[in-house]
Design a protein around this ligand. Structure first.
Ligand code: PLP
Length: 420
């Protein structure tokens, strides 16, 4: 994506340059602007807070942090009744979740999914299921960590077919524990929908099987809801929708509403094992973050808000599937829910077409003023569409209309490939 455009103003899903050129952001920043650009109610809270008091040590923000935490826990899946509000970003929230699991059961190995992304600190990079972010640092930190196959039915790593696959990808956890681990598996961390890996939506029954395995093997289940949390899928928590029943949930991105950095770790009460000094950061739970999170929770919890995301998400899914019907020669799959969708771009043999994907994303920006993102953490051939949760049906139609125009420009270039 070109970095030369300078945006000076934003509103809802729209961005403006100093020359008043208007762009549509179909991916809500880095999927973190749950309420879009500059939502006025959050801006008002922040303006007042900036005027009154920007920072005070977290020793004095405990009540406010507890208040915000409670407003999140009110909507948490059953059994999740406690939490931690001392993080700023998703990476450290995930590290905190692993620390909690580790301290809880005294074990140190972590299992994650291939194509997963859990952050970019050394530790979070290390436990993510993708090599390209960590390969320059391979000697710096080695955690005890294993990657098991993702539930990627469209490109099943076992060439099996759901529903007759016996969830081989979930069963692989047994193999690792039996043959690869040192018998010290502490936790398994997974995204309910693999966001950066290519919007991979697990099939029905997958999480039920994972939960059974984790319970049987005494593995703490961590749901990384940094992308899926706070309404992205049309539910406050995707874990709830998928009946994942995690022990610990991590949140970041959408919690700050309009891009204010903040993160949280939620857990079942028995996981309240950390002392304050074991996981806290200078700006964790700062007044601006807490103010933004509180207002965001209030807005997303309003009657009808999430139902609207679910209803409009169906409209978005139908429009994207319509594009797949029209351009099925290079759109191999459309998957998602709520406002979290991905289009898998393929060549004539059905293989991932990364070059075409990147051309589509570049062309969308330069010729159609539409901001999209790709899936570098996966095979790199998924175009992601994830507007702010406040996007209207008109906004969705505008995004899909522009996609239609972009896709219409794709041409056959050789017997095997397409270009734009
Ligand atoms: C699923 C998931 N977990 C964790 C992270 C890391 O969050 P942060 O960039 O706030 O550290 C990301 C960021 O993209 C993410 O998508």
């Amino acid at each position: 994506m070109s970095a030369n455009i300078e945006f000076t103003k934003g509103s809802g899903i729209r961005l403006y340059t100093s020359h008043d050129e208007e762009y549509i952001d179909a991916v809500s920043g880095t999927f973190n602007l749950a309420l879009g650009y500059s939502h006025p109610e959050v801006v008002e809270v922040l303006q007042k807070q900036v005027k009154d008091l920007i920072h005070v040590s977290s020793s004095f923000t405990g009540d406010l942090a507890a208040d915000v935490l409670n407003s999140i826990l009110e909507h948490a899946p059953q059994g999740i009744t406690d939490g931690w509000m001392r993080d700023i970003i998703g990476s450290t929230a995930n590290e905190g979740a692993v620390k909690i699991a580790n301290k809880f059961n005294g074990k140190n190995e972590v299992i994650s999914l291939s194509l997963s992304h859990h952050g970019q600190t050394l530790f979070a990079t290390n436990i993510s299921g993708n090599a390209f972010r960590r390969k320059s640092f391979s000697n710096t930190m080695q955690s005890q960590h294993a990657v098991v196959p993702a539930p990627y039915c469209y490109r099943c790593p076992f060439s099996a077919k759901y529903p007759n696959c016996g969830y081989l990808c979930a069963e692989a956890v047994y193999d690792y524990v039996e043959y690869g681990s040192s018998d010290h598996v502490s936790c398994m961390i997974m995204e309910p929908i693999l966001g950066n890996g290519g919007n991979i939506v697990p099939p029905a029954g997958y999480f039920e099987r994972i939960k059974q395995i984790c319970e049987e093997l005494d593995i703490v289940l961590i749901s990384d809801e940094v992308q899926t949390g706070i309404g992205r899928t049309g539910y406050m928590f995707a874990s709830e929708h998928f009946d994942m029943e995690p022990d610990i949930i991590t949140l970041a991105k959408g919690l700050g509403g309009i891009g204010i950095p903040t993160a949280a770790i939620l857990y079942k009460p028995e996981f309240a094992v950390l002392e304050k000094w074991e996981h806290s950061y200078t700006s964790g739970g700062n007044l601006l973050s807490l103010g933004a999170a509180k207002k965001t929770m209030e807005i997303v919890s309003r009657e009808g808000f999430l139902q609207n995301v679910r209803d409009n998400g169906i409209v978005l899914g139908n429009l994207l599937n319509g594009l797949k019907e029209k351009f099925g020669h290079f759109i191999g799959d459309v998957r998602g829910m709520g406002y979290m969708w991905g289009l898998e771009i393929v060549d004539k043999d059905g293989a991932p077409d990364v070059k075409l994907t990147n051309r589509i994303i570049d062309n969308a920006l330069t010729d159609h003023k539409l901001i999209l993102r790709g899936s570098r953490y996966g095979f790199g051939n998924v175009v992601k569409v994830r507007p702010a949760l406040t996007a209207t049906v008109d906004d969705i139609e505008e995004i899909c209309g522009r996609l239609d125009k972009i896709f219409s420009q794709v041409k056959t270039v050789t017997h095997a490939s397409y270009s734009l």
